[in-house]
Design a protein around this ligand. Structure first.
Ligand code: ZN
Length: 81
């Protein structure tokens, strides 16, 4: 049996973010995602940030209720994301 899952992500590359923020992803009410990447970062940093945020989305971190945001972030970084 094949299982398919479609994940819709809008990607916003913004030069409005502070230098201390590389990016973020949020799940919207309709179950889609908005990923924001700091357009002032280097291309390499933007790709790294996008991969990190994609990891959160793919693992379903936005739906977790078993851990705090800080704990989830620490897990993501331990997994080198
Ligand atoms: Zn993260």
């Amino acid at each position: 049996m094949t299982t398919e899952r479609i994940i819709e992500i809008k990607l916003l590359i913004s030069d409005e973010l502070p230098a201390t923020v590389h990016g973020a992803a949020v799940k919207t009410r309709d179950g889609k995602y908005l990923m924001i990447i700091n357009g002032n970062d280097t291309r390499g940093q933007q790709e790294k940030t996008a991969a990190h945020e994609w990891g959160h989305i793919y693992r379903g971190d936005h739906d977790r209720t078993d851990a705090s945001a800080d704990q989830i972030e620490a897990e993501a970084h331990r997994q080198s994301l």
